[in-house]
Design a protein around this ligand. Structure first.
Ligand SMILES: Nc1ncnc2c1ncn2[C@@H]1O[C@H](COP(=O)(O)OP(=O)(O)OP(=O)(O)O)[C@@H](O)[C@H]1O
Length: 348
């Protein structure tokens, strides 16, 4: 650990923090803040049996669902863990290179990477090795809920219990934190991806219409609600896709109440995770949470009315972090920069 902090001094601002997310990867550079925020997607092209990276990040996401047979758009992280280590490594390498550009002096930075709290030691090692192979001289890890809580300015170093619920693409991490540690943590394999799948399956079941994940994600971001709107209907939504009966393109109209119905299962799983965490929290810490409330981070926190829904289900105050999508990256960056958080970094 000490070599890390002495290297911070030696190499200055090249050190970086990476939020390697299922949906998005964010890179934070010391003293500069977030410099990269792109989808965790890699497009692989196969020519004469040889595979090569065709595009990464924004460019690769544009290809999802639209690639010819010889190009495959892959998300190397699934359910919050690395599903394809080689491709994840290519992605990390690409992003590090993109951040440092031609500045070869800064080719081997120290890197802090955020990992899901439920990662096994094998998964943690795989992430660390991917960053080392991508050119990092030293790699440190931080658990995702800790990073989210630091990013949301929660009092993680104090002897006070606080609860963070980080709703990402692949997982929802629920944790109770106190004195730089996780007093309790649980990871629910439900997040934004499951919400997209729920919309795809709702539209197929009720309207015989096939839509892609990208369309479902757009609908979720623009119209997603945690509960049925007050007027029982909400806004109308026009959806285009392929009719499953006759195979031709078709357009249907649904409303936000339908989206609330579609999302009820994944949102129910998240609420259940919060409830289990509360039941397993030591009484002293639980008493603190009654005062401090629950803080929501991650992109899923932006589903309209989710804070009120969790408040109703738990009876506790619930708030949304200021910028839920960048909380984990900012928290990972702060943990790298500020010695007060020294104790939260891990070597593997
Ligand atoms: N306005 C929005 N409303 C609802 N969901 C949103 C919104 N904006 C982003 N999301 C969803 O948030 C998810 C991504 O969140 P985030 O970037 O926090 O996850 P991640 O860190 O990549 O994933 P994980 O924590 O599982 O590794 C995606 O599923 C995305 O569709």
């Amino acid at each position: 650990m000490s070599s890390f902090f002495s290297n911070l001094f030696k190499f200055g601002s090249q050190n970086m923090a990476i939020d390697l997310g299922t949906a998005n990867t964010l890179v934070y550079v010391q003293d500069r803040g977030i410099v990269l925020n792109e989808p965790s997607v890699v497009a692989i092209e196969t020519i004469n049996g040889v595979k090569r990276v065709k595009a990464v990040g924004d460019d690769a996401k544009l290809m999802m669902g639209k690639t010819p047979d010889n190009i495959e758009a892959i998300r190397p992280l699934r359910d919050g863990v690395i599903a394809d280590i080689e491709i994840a490594e290519e992605m990390i390498k690409h992003f590090i290179k993109k951040v440092h550009g031609r500045n070869t002096m800064f080719r081997y930075p120290e890197i802090v990477i955020c990992v899901p709290s439920g990662s096994t030691s094998v998964e943690k090692r795989a992430i660390r090795d991917a960053a080392s192979n991508a050119g990092a001289s030293d790699v440190f890890l931080i658990l995702e809920p800790m990073a989210a809580a630091i990013g949301a300015d929660m009092p993680v170093t104090e002897p006070v219990g606080s609860m963070v619920v980080d709703i990402g693409g692949g997982t929802t991490e629920v944790a109770v934190l106190s004195l730089r540690g996780l007093a309790y943590t649980t990871s629910v394999r439900t997040g934004g991806d499951k919400m997209d799948e729920a919309i795809v399956s709702y539209v197929r079941r009720h309207h015989n219409l096939l839509i892609g994940d990208a369309t479902a994600e757009r609908i979720k971001k623009d119209y997603g609600v945690a509960t049925v709107p007050e007027d029982g209907v909400g806004e109308s939504i026009i959806i285009k896709g392929r009719d499953l009966v006759n195979g031709v393109p078709k357009e249907i109209t649904i409303n936000q109440a339908h989206i609330a119905e579609a999302l009820s299962e994944p949102i129910g799983a998240i609420v259940e995770g919060v409830r289990i965490a509360l039941e397993n929290t030591a009484p002293e810490l639980a008493a603190d949470i009654v005062d401090q409330g629950i803080v929501l981070t991650g992109g899923g926190a932006l589903i309209r009315g989710l804070d009120d829904h969790i408040k109703e289900e738990t009876g506790l105050p619930v708030s949304i972090a200021e910028d839920p999508l960048t909380c984990v990256a900012v928290g990972t960056g702060k943990a790298m920069e500020d010695p007060i958080y020294r104790g939260v970094l891990m070597t593997a």
